[in-house]
Design a protein around this ligand. Structure first.
Ligand code: SF4
Ligand code: SF4
Length: 280
């Protein structure tokens, strides 16, 4: 079962939820797909066992064959190629590795080569198999690396995916194909607005979802009424608590020192499993 943890905006506590859920379950995978800013490892502190480069395929011009006809520049929908009278300019950050230029070059003057965009680390801690993608500074193409991280999802295992924040391509790439999506929010006007956008996104992807409210105030009737009137499933409330904030600030998952939350996260998983079972 694949459970993604997402949020309409950054800073809501999405990673905290993903890591605490993984630690509460024990035997599972945790995959950090927030490749532009991966920080699950700050809390998990897994033993990293392997590192390998993440690459994409990009074109390379063979100037022995190229006659500067301009066709590759014309077919590239992403403007990654510009053909000058005696040179073909290539802008690697704009290339989507679609392969069209190589396929359509009339002189077979293009071959594909690997370009490193980041790395993938794998490790473990307490039965949790950990995978994280790290995009190199300056790279803009998060989706190919996210797909490579997701390709490590083990069949017949519980996989928890820490998705990038927001509702753009990287978030959709991470969340797509999940059996369930946990949306993490905070009870502020900005938080609620971004939650609304995230809900619309997962609905379009046809993924069952539920919400975890982080930094919740005990007497927040407004949020409760909003969830009720919009039929938004509320999975768990994590209170605005000084102890949780202090543990967060030193990179400690709070289910360790606050074991009552271990049970709450296990109950959350049970609810999710039941929802997935009913909707599949
Ligand atoms: S399509 Fe092929 S031959 Fe034409 S400019 Fe591009 S690389 Fe050169
Ligand atoms: S592989 Fe696709 S995106 Fe990249 S340069 Fe060629 S046509 Fe453009």
């Amino acid at each position: 079962m694949i459970i993604s943890v997402a949020s309409g905006k950054g800073g809501t506590g999405k990673t905290t939820v993903a890591v605490n859920l993984a630690l509460a379950l024990g035997d599972c995978q945790l995959l950090d797909c927030d490749v532009e800013e991966p920080n699950a490892q700050v809390f998990l502190k897994a033993d990293i066992r392997a590192r390998e480069p993440a690459t994409v395929r990009v074109p390379e011009i063979d100037y022995q064959k190229c006659d500067f006809c301009g066709k590759c520049g014309d077919v590239c929908a992403y403007h990654a190629l510009a053909v000058l009278p005696r040179k073909v300019l290539f802008f690697p950050q704009m290339c989507h590795s679609c392969g069209a230029c190589e396929m359509l070059c009339p002189r077979k003057a293009i071959r594909e080569t690997d370009r490193t965009i980041g790395e993938i680390e794998t490790g473990d801690r307490e039965g949790i198999r950990f995978v994280q993608g790290k995009l190199n500074v300056g790279e803009t193409m998060a989706p190919p690396l996210i797909r490579q991280v997701k390709s490590r999802i083990e069949p017949n295992s519980v996989a928890i995916l820490d998705a990038p924040p927001g509702t753009s391509c990287p978030m959709v790439t991470a969340v797509r194909g999940s059996d369930f999506c946990i949306l993490v929010t905070e009870p502020t006007p900005f938080g609620m607005n971004d939650l609304h956008l995230a809900i619309e996104t997962v609905k379009k992807l046809g993924i069952p979802y539920g919400v975890v409210v982080n930094r919740a105030e005990a007497d927040d009737l407004k949020t409760r009424d909003y969830f009720k009137s919009n039929q938004i499933p509320l999975l768990l409330k994590i209170p605005l608590d000084r102890k949780i904030a202090e543990l967060y600030s030193i990179g400690t998952p709070f289910i360790g020192p606050m074991p009552e939350y271990r049970e709450k996260f296990r109950a959350l998983f049970k609810t999710i499993s039941e929802t997935v079972r009913v909707s599949s």
